[in-house]
Every structure is written in C-alpha cells, then in structure tokens.
Design a protein around this ligand. Sequence first.
Ligand SMILES: [Zn+2]
Length: 469
Amino acid sequence: MKKLLFVIAGTILISCSEASLQTGVSAKFESIKGNEIALREFIQAMPKGGDLHNHLFGAVYAESWIKWAEEDGLCLDKAALAIRFPSGAGCGELPTMKAALNFNQDLRNEVIENFSLRDFVPTAGWSGHDQFFATFADMAALPSRFGDMVAETANLAGEQNVAYLELLHTMELFETILPMVAAIPMSGDAAKDYETLMGGEFGKALPDMIARARRDTDTAMARKNNLLKCGTKNAKPGCQVEVRFLNQPVRTLPLSAVYAHQIFGWALMAQDDRFVGTNLVAPEDDYIALRDYDDHMEQLDYLYQTLGSRNVSLHAGELWLGLVHPSELRNHINDAVKIGHAKRIGHGTDIVFETNYKALLKHMADNEIMVEINLTSSDALLGITGEKHPLTVYRAAGVPISLSTDDEGVARIDLTHEYIRGTQEFDLSYAQLKDMTYNGLRYAFIDDTKKAELIKALDDKFIVFESQF
Ligand SMILES: [Zn+2]
C-alpha cells in the first residue's frame, strides 16, 4: 500500500512538472505565433514524429535531379526542359546535362522551375495541378540513385528533428509489370482477374520481382547509410531517421497493371518489413482513375480478404467542386475506408461533398481513420486553403489528423514549413500541434515494437525541448 501511495504521489509530481513545462512552452508558442522567423526557429527544433505522406520522387529537389544527371552523363531536352536517358549513341542530337548547363545559369533556372513550383504563376490553361504533375514526366535518374534519394529525404527530415518517414515508392512497375500485363483484358471481377494475372507470365515472374525489389532496397539503404556517413563520428542527421516504404501503384494505368502492382505489393509486404503499406497515386481526377475507382477498391478488398490484411492508406477526396463532375465528389473517401480498407486517408479535401459526410466523419473518428493533411499541396494543386480547407472539420469531428509534406521537393517546402503554415492558417495551439506530431507515429504502419520505441524516444525529446521554456 505504501508503495502504491508512493507511486501515485510520484505520478502526481511528474504530471505537475509536465504541466508546468507545457505552460511555459505554450506561452512561448503563443507569443511568437505571428512572427514567422521566430516560429521557424521554434518548430524546426521541435521534435516531430513522422511524415507519413511523402512521395520519394516528389521529395527530391530539382538541384539534385540536375546534379545526378550531370554526374551520370544524362541528356537535356532543351525544348521540353526534361532529362533524357542516353541511347547507344550517347545523347545524339541532345546536349548532355553537364554541357548544357555549364555556365548557363538562366537555363539552369528554367530547368529548376520546370521541375518544381518555384516562381510558378498559373496562367490560362496551365494550373498548379498541371505544372505539378508534369514535373514527373521531365525528371529522371538512373535506378542507382534510389539510395541518393532516400539519403536526401532522410537528411532533410533529420535536420528538422523528424523521427520517422514513410516514403511512397514505385518499384518494378514501369520496367517489368506494365509491359508484361498492360494488354491483358480485365473482367472487373477481382477474383477472376487475380487468377488471370497469377496464371500468366506475371505470376511466374513475381518471385523474381520481389527478390529484385528487396535487393535494390538493400543496395539503396546501404548507399544511404554510406552517403550520410551513418555509424561514424561524422554521421549526418538523416542517420537518426527511421525509414519505411509504401508500395505505390499508379491509378492512371490500365486496370491490369494497377492490380498486378497491388498483388506485387501484397507479396513484398509479406516478405519484407521495410515495406509497411500500400497507397494508390497519380491524379485522382484523371479519366482512368475516376473510371476505375470502384474496381481499384474491389481489388484491394479481394486481396485483403483472401491474401490477408495489409496496411492501406489511400489518396481519396483530393478533389473539389469544379475540378470533376459533382457525382465524383460523393463516395471516394467513404469507399476507400469501407471497401478499400484504408486506415489512413491522404488529403480528404472534399469530405463535406460526400453523401452523409457527418456519418462518415463519425465512422472515421470511431475507427481512428487518420487523415494525412498536406496544406501546401492542397493550395497549389486544388486552390484549397484557409477556411476552405477541411482541417477544422476533421478536428471538430474528432478524426485524427497529422501534417505531411506530400512532395517537398516539387513544392520546395519542408515539414517545418507545413507546421508553420498550419499554425498560422488555423491558429493551432502548441498542444494541438504536438498532438498532430504524435499522430505521425501513432498512426504509422511500422511494427508495434518499433513504434513504441519511437514514441518513447519522442517523449524523451519533448521533455528536453520543453524544459528550455
Ligand atoms: Zn500524395
């Protein structure tokens, strides 16, 4: 009994001191909210949980794509401002990137701007949405740069005290899966189509694809560790960041390719714990993405029910009135959660247009379906900002949310920027921001043991951070 009283007294003491820490830090936070520089300084140093919505190719800054192209002898299509791979005859008519950009700062600037939203101003017929998605056709790197990309992204996170990254990454799709299955017709019956794909060339090649993807990831992680000097006394901040991957099927491709890539992801996740989930990408408003949306959900449901559960996050409701026919705004988030088994939703901007959205919000709150909010991305791609953004709707409904970057290289931002933006646009309190950053770990797809370790480490970092104020 004595021991119990002691423990209770200790708990009260700890929570009192925690409360005073919180008051000091909250007061400081409130006093600097209007000052963006002071807020940057504060939030940059603040411990952060995870960035759960971060596309690896979109995370890389234009300067790095250019540098790698220069080093690897890739070519520049000056008219398109796009990187091209050399053929057998080198760059042929095209200059190498290195020759083209040598002492040509103007052209270098043009390429940087074509690979990003830097200085972008929408014009008639060319929106932020168009500019954003066009960058991916023009940026290119050798597959051997996979590790360089992870190093860059992990280090940017580490410099801001971010503990964990879930990187969306596409493997095997364009080189092997797409050419193999693109012409195979699908019936729309997920069970039958599964048999068709697995009974053909794809099913036979699947074990090799998994083995190759795992080897490529081994190589990339070793290169990342090497580039960041991990394990040495000069280790860079990125070494501290725990990295996992999400498989990333492309929803604008033929239905057979989406399904085959989803099956590939299911197998990869079963065999390699660095791959912790799946997430469909590419513009949700694209004709094929809209046409096949229901089929994509049925495919996910079939795999989930027959091959076993996996972690699913889905870009859903990254839409707005005017971008698509109004009928497309009614069911994407609902179906992602209820048919596609999504535990997290990316964006979810059009929530209030969904049929019975209040019941859906309640379902999401009750089942702790988290929403990955990407403020700069929603502004640049959809023009949704401030009071038009449903962040407050989700919060009021008790749906967990966290802030993420989406494509920090293309948007030329970082996670700190998104926290500053959230604070100023939605007048977030310190406690709300802290809760969101914990959500970046609470709703991470990493295994439970590692998750508990990361949360404990974050607790410890916060105690140190808050004791300064
Ligand atoms: Zn995204």
